[in-house]
Design a protein around this ligand. Structure first.
Ligand SMILES: NC(=O)c1ccc[n+]([C@@H]2O[C@H](COP(=O)([O-])OP(=O)(O)OC[C@H]3O[C@@H](n4cnc5c(N)ncnc54)[C@H](OP(=O)(O)O)[C@@H]3O)[C@@H](O)[C@H]2O)c1
Length: 218
């Protein structure tokens, strides 16, 4: 698949490197051309403008900080219309690690759908740190990482492919409205981490790997 990436930061470095290992062709578009070029060189991708990346991709990853979202999508122009657009962002206010939402409580993924009319938006990859996405394959306690994703049905096959090709397990979490929950989950975890807590101290289970069946049967 041809994958365009908007953003040349940590998440792009981890995710795009994995997709290149899986045989995909990646073009990284950055606000800062030298950064995009240096990153592309490091991982074996191509580099270009944000618009180049939006036009290049059969699917497009949006991997920017929330402060740059509007500017990034404006630079991509109308090139995202009709394409799967995967959003890995977390709209977090780093002054207090609170969640930033958009009109009527909308998620960042819904904001992308609003700013890029016709794009088929899916939220994915926002739950784990960039260092986890750099693992081959991403894993937790030796088990494959499950990756919840939510969004437009038309883009879900591409999202599944991109998750599976990293060696992780796709977990359908519903329509685009459910992106609100995925973003809220991630922000709770981010706040815990920056408050000095291990998220496992909150999301605790009696033993790793227990499923709902195990709980109901005791
Ligand atoms: N890092 C993680 O572990 C992690 C995990 C899950 C989700 N996320 C989310 O994934 C997204 C990308 O994270 P990241 O760690 O890759 O971010 P990053 O390395 O800090 O930056 C990603 C890109 O955002 C652009 N950017 C930053 N501020 C901007 C602004 N004001 N205007 C325009 N562009 C701006 C940067 O442009 P330049 O190239 O010009 O600097 C950079 O290319 C974020 O929404 C983050 O919350 C991150």
């Amino acid at each position: 698949m041809k994958i365009g990436v908007l953003g040349a930061g940590m998440m792009t470095e981890s995710l795009a490197a994995g997709w290149i290992r899986a045989g995909h062709d990646v073009l990284i578009g950055g606000r800062t051309p030298e950064k995009a070029e240096a990153l592309a060189k490091r991982i074996g991708a191509r580099a270009g403008t944000l618009r180049d990346a939006a036009e290049f991709g059969d699917s497009v990853l949006v991997a920017v900080r929330r402060e740059g979202l509007e500017e990034t999508l404006a630079a991509a122009g109308g090139a995202l219309a009709g394409k799967p657009v995967i959003d890995c962002g977390n709209a977090v206010d780093v002054s207090d690690f609170s969640q930033v939402t958009y009109q009527d409580g909308a998620s960042m993924a819904e904001e992308i759908a609003r700013l890029a009319p016709g794009a088929h938006v899916v939220k994915a990859f926002n739950q784990a740190h960039a260092s986890v996405w750099a693992m081959t394959p991403p894993a937790v306690d030796g088990r494959p990482l499950a990756v919840p994703f939510a969004g437009d049905e038309e883009a879900k096959p591409a999202a599944r492919t991109l998750i599976t090709d990293l060696g992780a397990e796709p977990l359908d979490a519903g329509d685009l409205r459910q992106a609100r929950n995925l973003e809220a989950m991630a922000i709770v975890v981010i706040r815990l981490l920056f408050s000095g807590y291990d998220p496992h101290s909150v999301f605790a289970f009696a033993s790793p790997g227990r499923t709902a069946e195990a709980f109901t049967s005791r």
